[in-house]
Design a protein around this ligand. Structure first.
Ligand code: GLN
Length: 486
């Protein structure tokens, strides 16, 4: 048998049922690895040793009485953006360094109900704002493929934990690319579902019209297993859609012969590095060999997605983050003179630089004098971007391209230039503005660093995305490559 940390969720589940090992054994194995190696990668903010072992014991008892379930006794990690009852939830910020939620996010509750075993909470950019994990109050995460490079962001802790085999799988959230881009940079599989597929209740809000939670796993099969558990209607989130959840694992083995895959010319223009483009083309050729038909398409408003996003997301963030005022929960400054001083110093001391930048930009864009010029304009552009996709999906089933413009970059490389950092999301952000589902799959390497292939699906077409991704993974083995030697 492979070492326990090399097993996928699907394999763990099978071997638990066959009693090859107990949940306590595999959970303990991951907790030991985390204890030994987390200081190398800094991918966990908190580790819940006792909680994990208790959950593992409960799962073992259930298995002994004949219970079965795809996540029963399976260890995994949650991004530290999900409220976990009794377990510190920081969102990567000093502002919430002392916050212990009194309730579970819906995603957390659902996975708990299935007997999944949470190992701990993963590091992330502060309030999910970033593409490199460098904005975390808890220090940046290291990319397991090269410790001098970033893991991507904002779900960089989850991506690095899965790549470093410090968790078989993790959850992430994606507002403009935060599941897909770190998945690409760390060589794992990540899925951002259709907006409304997964409840946002208890997931600390960044930009509410864009945020969506999803799985970060080694394989598409594991992503399907996790999505089965995470998805579904929730009365506690008014934007959650009441559409039946299919069994995402049931259709993975269908043939993709005849599947029409649109290749947007805007994603392969002269701005894309030639080696990167060639790597992605090679991956597309694999899909062609499986019977898919590549079709040239256009998404004419692509270039407007980053500017529109960087008005809309900060606008929503400035409103969402107004709740952190030192009164209700989280950080509070020492000895405030009066209420004004309490607000000002709490927020000055509690938020990091990038978060403050976003709040300022957002408040400005929403202000009476500039609302029409910026916020309304950005919403109009958003509509055009969505329309581009709707038109494209009249001709094709799936859209494919690179996930990010380059593989993982060095620490500090883009830190001083917010715009260079924002352009990291050039291929992912439009998908959030349109509310579509998309995946990133390990699809090759460039300079020995992982490269991601992005697949974008039509609304609620996660089944088709996962099926295509799984078929790709039956003929490639990029997703099995590991940076880990021990
Ligand atoms: N990198 C983007 C940003 O900084 C997206 C982040 C995200 O998806 N949470 O806003």
């Amino acid at each position: 048998m492979k070492p326990l940390h090399e097993l996928t969720i699907a394999e763990i589940q099978l071997l638990l049922q066959q009693k090859q090992f107990s949940s306590r054994e595999i959970t303990g194995h991951f907790l030991d690895r985390i204890a030994q190696q987390n200081s190398i990668y800094n991918c966990y903010i908190s580790v819940d040793n006792d909680g994990a072992l208790n959950a593992a014991d409960a799962a073992d008892k259930a298995i002994a009485t004949g219970a079965n379930g795809p996540l029963l006794g399976v260890p995994f990690a949650h991004k530290d953006i999900f409220c976990t009852q009794g377990v510190k939830t920081t969102c990567g910020s000093k502002m919430l360094d002392n916050f212990i939620p009194p309730y579970d996010a819906t995603v957390v509750a659902k996975m708990k109900a299935e007997g999944a075993v949470m190992l701990g909470k993963t590091n992330m950019d502060e309030f999910a704002m970033g593409s490199s994990n460098e904005t975390s109050y808890f220090g940046s995460v290291k990319n397991p493929w090269d410790l001098e490079t970033v893991p991507g962001g904002s779900s960089g802790g989850s991506a690095a934990a899965v790549a470093a085999r410090l968790a078989p799988a993790a959850t992430g959230t994606d507002t403009g690319g935060s599941i897909r881009q770190p998945a690409a940079l760390c060589g794992i599989t990540g899925l951002k579902p259709t907006y409304g597929r997964v409840s946002r209740y208890g997931m600390i809000a960044f930009a509410s019209s864009l945020d969506q939670a999803g799985p970060m796993t080694r394989t598409a099969e594991d992503a399907a297993i996790l999505l089965n558990s995470m998805s579904g209607f929730d009365a506690k989130d008014s934007t959650c859609t009441d559409i039946a959840v299919p069994d995402y694992t049931a259709t993975l083995n269908q043939s993709i012969k005849g599947l029409k895959i649109g290749i947007p010319k805007e994603y392969f223009d002269e701005r894309l590095d030639a080696t990167m483009a060639a790597t992605v083309q090679t991956a597309l050729a694999e899909l062609e060999k499986l019977g898919a038909i590549l079709v040239d398409i256009e998404l004419p408003n692509s270039a407007l997605s980053v500017p529109a996003y960087y008005v809309i997301a900060p606008a929503e963030a400035s409103s969402n983050l107004s709740r952190f005022d030192g009164v209700r929960y989280g950080y509070r400054c020492d000895n405030p003179k009066d209420l004004e001083d309490l607000y000002t110093r709490t927020r000055t001391e509690g938020f990091g630089e990038e978060v403050k930048r976003r709040i300022l930009v957002g408040a400005y864009a929403l202000s009476a004098g500039y609302y029409d010029a910026y916020y309304r304009k950005a919403q109009q552009v958003r509509r055009l971007i969505k329309q581009d996709f709707v038109s494209a999906f009249e001709k094709v089933d799936i859209i494919a391209g690179p996930t990010s413009p380059s593989p993982a970059f060095k620490f500090g490389e883009k830190g001083d230039d917010p715009v260079a950092m924002y352009l990291e999301d050039i291929y992912t952000i439009a998908v959030n503005l349109a509310g579509l589902p998309a995946m990133s799959l390990p699809a090759g390497t460039m300079n020995n660093m992982p490269v991601g292939l992005q697949l974008v699906g039509n609304y609620f077409a996660e089944q088709q995305l996962l099926n295509t991704a799984h078929q790709f993974q039956t003929v490639t083995d990029w997703h099995h490559q590991s940076p880990v030697t021990e």
